[in-house]
Design a binder for this molecule. Structure first.
Ligand code: ZN
Length: 200
């Protein structure tokens, strides 16, 4: 992929913009009202809007290495300010934590990273997922850590009082999803059956 492809890509997009003028103009006139906050990985291969065929205005998005939500007491402001805006001001009704197979962030967590790096600091927020996966005695540490990390980050969401309150009042739903890069399909974790199932 050359940078030129990206630069010229805007010409292609502006054609599509004209074709979908009504959608884009509505979003300008009436503002955004997304129902879904998407928490995904920064990985270039896992593009939220592509994998669920979403339009502009459908998803409010947080993307970072390994789809992490630092807990409230971590006092991290980038992720938590997006959360606050989406939940308190936009009143999203769903939060999707979407991990993915082959996650480089999770592999870095498993393999270890130099201690004096920002990536090392960041991945601390996923560390207990690795420990839980290890102690499960799994023969697929990578996949198990990816799944445990999704559970951990979904749990971290509830360290924010306003999310916990809305969840208890059934005003917001938290979804645990796993995207398979080999097939393009998504699985979801069903809390009642305690297992993963295909989304469709
Ligand atoms: Zn990733």
């Amino acid at each position: 992929m050359s940078f030129d492809k990206i630069r010229k890509g805007n010409t292609i997009f502006t054609d599509k913009f004209k074709e979908n003028k009504k959608l884009y103009h509505d979003l300008v006139e009436n503002g955004q009202h997304p129902k879904v906050l998407w928490v995904g990985c920064s990985d270039s291969r896992v593009v939220p809007e592509f994998i669920v065929n979403a339009d502009a205005g459908d998803l409010f998005v947080i993307r970072n290495i390994a789809n992490i939500i630092p807990p409230e007491n971590a006092n991290e402001t980038c992720t938590s300010s997006v959360l606050e805006y989406a939940v308190v001001h936009l009143n999203v009704e769903h939060i999707v934590i979407c991990g993915h197979t082959g996650c480089g962030g999770i592999n870095a967590l498993i393999d270890g990273t130099p201690e004096d790096t920002k990536i090392h600091d960041w991945l601390k927020h996923a560390c207990s997922a690795k420990e839980t996966a290890k102690s499960s005695g799994t023969d697929s540490l990578e996949l198990e850590t990816i799944k445990e990390n999704i559970f951990l980050q979904a749990k971290n969401l509830l360290t924010f009082d306003y999310i916990e309150t809305k969840k208890n009042n059934d005003e917001i739903k938290i979804h645990k999803w796993l995207y398979d890069m080999n097939t393009g399909t998504i699985s979801f974790f069903d809390d009642l059956d305690n297992d993963w199932f295909p989304l469709n």
